[in-house]
Ligand binder design. Structure first.
Ligand code: SF4
Ligand code: SF4
Length: 370
């Protein structure tokens, strides 16, 4: 059972369990790209435990350390006792925020999230209205970084016989605020989305990425104390489409392209362990050549720099993205395909450095509909 982390006492228990444990040190992506012992799971555990014992204090240097964790979930995914270390770190960040000691960019992002619902554009979320059995959560990154992806996903769903009501267009799912240490902002974003979902009357919510699935399925109850509505099923669009493909209800024209390609599991994939085959089956239907696989894939997927680090520590964020691209180049890929719009933005920005090309899975699939 996941451990409740909303209370300080529980965060302290996790920290005490992690501070002298090395069992997930080898999988932490930030530890990998920085080669700094402080920036590994037990390093964060030791720092927080030391602060609790009066042996360290929150100052510019220690706060920078606290804001260097990617909140990617890889440590917890490899923990045999399911210690919620990322949740504990987010909880400690909220203490730092309350003491007005967090990096200034964190407060600026929180203001943007409170005012605009997203960190990308000064525009309030769209409320599409309408009712239907199935709703699709658009979110902020798809709306502002990759609007063509929303149309592609809609076209694919229509081809599979579903016309969803679009909700949450331009609104962050709450993860960013939670990760930065602003649970109240995350809660108000979550409540706005759940109110929109209730208004739509939908009994199923489809989401575009594993990041959205994690936020609704796990982050809301664990970090925000918000239960997912029992009468609403939650499913990823790609898992839904893969089911339709297998049932013969969706068909694609394969693309004549033998570029060595790899699927990049999106950030947060380690937190949704039932989803790994679906995007690969869909990709195989449009690119029939033999794919290559990254080393850091499936249940050991590493993030790109698309999370809060993009703003709080862009240097580490960039190196996380370089590491994904380097992994792909090393196994011989020339074309990378994935679906998370924030990951796509990060990968595309630096792909040329590694002689790689990047394509969005939704757009690729929609372009090959039979
Ligand atoms: S998350 Fe688990 S494996 Fe990792 S340091 Fe904590 S107790 Fe150890
Ligand atoms: S959440 Fe990710 S970056 Fe942070 S300690 Fe765990 S594995 Fe490392």
């Amino acid at each position: 059972m996941p451990i409740e982390i909303g209370k300080l006492q529980d965060a302290n228990q996790t920290i005490d369990n992690c501070r002298y444990c090395l069992m997930c040190r080898h999988v932490c992506p930030v530890g990998h790209v920085t080669a700094l012992e402080t920036l590994t799971p037990h390093g964060w555990g030791l720092l927080i435990a030391s602060q609790r014992r009066g042996l360290a204090e929150w100052n510019e240097q220690t706060v920078e350390v606290m804001y260097s964790c990617a909140d990617c979930g890889t440590c917890r995914a490899h923990c045999v006792t399911d210690q919620p270390l990322p949740e504990a770190i987010a909880s400690v960040r909220s203490e730092i925020v309350a003491q007005h000691l967090a990096p200034s960019v964190a407060y600026e992002l929180n203001e943007r999230l409170q005012k605009w619902g997203n960190p990308y554009q000064e525009q309030t979320p769209e409320t599409a209205g309408g009712q239907g059995e199935v709703a699709l959560f658009v979110g902020d990154a798809a709306r502002y970084l990759r609007p063509a992806m929303v149309k592609a996903a809609f076209d694919l769903l229509r081809a599979a016989g579903v016309e969803p009501v679009l909700i949450g267009g331009g609104r962050n799912n709450g993860y960013l605020a939670s990760s930065l240490g602003f649970p109240e902002t995350a809660k108000s974003l979550a409540e706005a989305t759940l109110a929109e979902l209730a208004e739509s009357g939908a009994s199923k919510l489809l989401v575009l990425t594993p990041g959205d699935f994690f936020a609704f399925n796990q982050l809301y109850p664990e970090r925000l104390g918000i239960a997912w509505p029992q009468n609403v099923a939650l499913e990823e669009v790609l898992v839904f489409l893969a089911g339709k493909l297998e049932a013969g209800a969706l068909r694609f024209n394969p693309r004549g392209d033998d570029t060595p390609h790899a699927y990049v599991d999106p950030t947060h994939s380690v937190r949704v362990t039932t989803r790994y085959d679906a995007p690969r089956r869909l990709l195989a239907a449009v690119l029939p050549g033999q794919p290559v696989e990254l080393y850091w894939r499936r249940e050991r997927t590493h993030p790109t720099g698309s999370g809060a680090l993009r703003w709080t520590n862009p240097h580490i964020g960039r190196h996380l993205t370089y590491a994904r691209l380097g992994d792909a180049a090393e196994v011989g890929a020339r074309l990378l395909v994935t679906e998370d719009p924030a990951d796509l933005a990060q990968l595309a920005e630096h792909a040329a450095l590694f002689n790689l090309r990047v394509e969005g899975l939704y757009e690729l699939l929609a372009g090959q509909l039979a």
